[in-house]
Design a binder for this molecule. Structure first.
Ligand code: AMP
Ligand code: ZN
Length: 137
């Protein structure tokens, strides 16, 4: 498998590992957005979050929860952004599912999730929008 994150899991590419269990591997981002920027990923190679099973996604986010608490305490954080770039259009550069834990401190001049994209779709048809999603659940 020619996947850089699979190689990190197997150890053929070195990383600063912070956590590992049967299904998840976490390590420091090599180009941190802030001190302690951590990546959490499933050991199984899956390209997109939307291709994961509920069980695999649950396991992944259970580990994100555990690790985020440690990162918060390690750096005495004021907060953090936790998120994923899903798909190339959203900025996913490595096609192996991963969650970013990005530490935040007051005064760091960072933005919120709302600064990622704003296409100004309006809010007049939110009931229809909710229906479109509900029909597929
Ligand atoms: P994304 O853009 O969401 O796909 O995130 C990929 C992340 O992986 C980026 O933040 C990179 O800095 C990080 N990254 C890429 N290669 C490595 C590596 N060898 N070790 C650690 N982090 C890496
Ligand atoms: Zn992979």
């Amino acid at each position: 498998m020619d996947c850089i994150f699979c190689k990190i899991i197997s150890g053929s590419i070195p990383s600063h590992k912070v956590y590992e269990n049967d299904s998840v591997f976490a390590f420091l981002d090599i180009y941190p957005c802030s001190e302690g920027h951590t990546i959490v990923m499933p050991k199984k190679h899956i390209g997109l979050f939307t291709e994961m099973t509920e069980k695999d996604a649950s396991d992944l986010f259970a580990s994100v929860n555990i690790i985020s608490k440690a990162v918060s305490r390690a750096f005495n954080l004021d907060g953090m952004n936790i998120g994923m770039n899903v798909g190339e259009v959203a900025g996913q550069s490595v096609p192996h599912v991963h969650v970013h834990i990005i530490p935040r401190k007051r005064g760091d001049n960072g933005g919120s999730m709302h600064s990622i994209v704003e296409t100004n779709p309006g809010n007049e048809n939110l009931a229809d929008i909710a229906d479109r999603i509900k029909e597929l659940l």
